[in-house]
Design a protein around this ligand. Structure first.
Ligand SMILES: NC(=O)c1ccc[n+]([C@@H]2O[C@H](COP(=O)([O-])OP(=O)(O)OC[C@H]3O[C@@H](n4cnc5c(N)ncnc54)[C@H](O)[C@@H]3O)[C@@H](O)[C@H]2O)c1
Length: 376
């Protein structure tokens, strides 16, 4: 298959990037970019120029160019790529602006606020011929890779479960959201389950609830059962108001197969138990995907340099947001939700809402959303 995006061959110099969004996560990205020999920070964009200047000062570069318009600052400083760490509502406008200026984009999760907007971004990436990759950072974890490798020794895998129990007091927007756990957190575990199983969702039944002592306005607890394309079940149970014996931020995982089980507590090496073998394993010799956002940055640069397709390429990533929307819909209607039905409804809506004539043509050229997303 031909390379679906423009590459930037390695000329021995680091890739010049601008970071858009100088909030909490933006600052984590700025530190990661500064530490990477593969990229060079050329500027910071934020609607709030004071935030951009403060973030530049915090990394010891107070003279770094800052601005409020991504394409303009990128052109001024000769940037070749954009890292979009804005709030979800700004993912669509900032990424489309960058793509249409001929700049590849590495964007924070979720791909966009809605699946409808995510499909629009996939079309914008096709139209521009530029790479748009979503950084789903919890995939970049050696232990997760090792758990997947061990799961291959289990024969058929039938059940994957993830338990997530934490009790953070964030303050701010999460405390006031309608679906704080499903929308802001569970997308990580949903995406990790897709990775572990090499499978996509078929349907989901989900219940959301708010424990009596919860300090969140919206539902801080949820349980969801997904049927996956291989017939497996992925079961997620989580709470954001459960102090004591808290799990890892990665969740605690069980992978159950025909010949045995893999356990991963999310923070230490996974273990496997089969008829033939029992015990802990090390990850020293295993594949090293890099660690969290440093790993996704490395994947992004490698893709631009070589044309390889990264794990978070937009078409590949959208199904993780589909899982979130399908779970929310199931919880609000009390029914089992078909993922294809939700996806095709979003596709119809994306065609109705698309304002860019070129992206509209791309969307209309897809035989179906599922086909277009799986073709990449
Ligand atoms: N991977 C992870 O583990 C992880 C953790 C935290 C946050 N995130 C994601 O990172 C993103 C940012 O989260 P955050 O916590 O840093 O948010 P934040 O609210 O702290 O910061 C967002 C920044 O974006 C700026 N901004 C908003 N709209 C903009 C626009 N149109 N152009 C330029 N700047 C704009 C805001 O002024 C703000 O400074 C979100 O998508 C969030 O889901 C990921």
């Amino acid at each position: 298959m031909s390379t679906p995006f423009a590459t930037i061959p390695d000329d021995g110099t680091p890739l010049r990037v601008v970071v858009v969004g100088a909030g909490g996560m933006g600052r984590a990205w700025l530190n990661t970019v500064e530490q990477s020999p593969e990229v060079e920070l050329a500027g910071i964009v934020d609607l709030d120029l004071d935030a951009a200047r403060a973030a530049a000062a915090a990394i010891g570069r107070p003279d770094l160019p800052v601005g409020t318009v991504t394409a303009a600052l990128a052109a001024d400083v000769g940037a070749r790529a954009v890292i979009n760490v804005t709030v979800p509502a700004a993912h669509h406008p900032v990424t489309t602006e960058a793509l249409s200026a001929g700049l590849p984009v590495l964007g924070e999760k979720p791909v966009a606020s809605t699946v409808v907007q995510g499909l629009s971004l996939a079309a914008a990436a096709e139209l521009s011929g530029q790479l748009f990759m979503v950084s789903q950072s919890r995939r970049y974890n050696r232990q997760l890779f090792e758990a997947k490798r061990l799961a291959a020794s289990l024969g058929s895998v039938g059940i994957v479960s993830a338990e997530f129990f934490k009790a953070p007091h964030f303050g701010g927007f999460r405390d006031a959201m309608d679906h704080p756990l499903l929308l802001d957190m569970a997308i990580h575990q949903f995406d990790m389950a897709r990775f572990l199983l090499d499978a996509d969702p078929v349907s989901v039944f989900c219940e959301e609830y708010n424990p009596s002592w919860s300090w969140y306005r919206g539902d801080a607890g949820a349980s969801a059962i997904f049927e996956m394309t291989g017939g497996e079940r992925f079961v997620f149970t989580g709470s954001w108001c459960s102090p004591g014996q808290e799990t890892s931020w990665n969740a605690s995982w069980r992978i159950s197969g025909e010949h045995g089980t893999v356990l991963w507590d999310g923070d230490n090496d996974p273990t496997v138990e089969t008829a033939e073998s029992t015990g802990a394993t090390g990850t020293a010799g295993g594949q090293d995907p890099g660690q969290e956002i440093a790993g996704s940055l490395r994947d992004f640069v490698a893709a631009l340099r070589t044309g390889s397709t990264p794990m978070g390429q937009v078409h590949r990533n959208i199904m993780s947001l589909v899982m979130v929307e399908a779970a929310v819909l199931s919880a609000s209607t009390g029914t089992r939700v078909s993922v294809d039905a939700l996806l095709e409804e979003s596709y119809r809506q994306a065609i109705l809402e698309e304002r860019d004539p070129g992206a509209l043509e791309v969307l209309k050229s897809w035989p179906s959303a599922r086909t277009a997303l799986s073709a990449r």
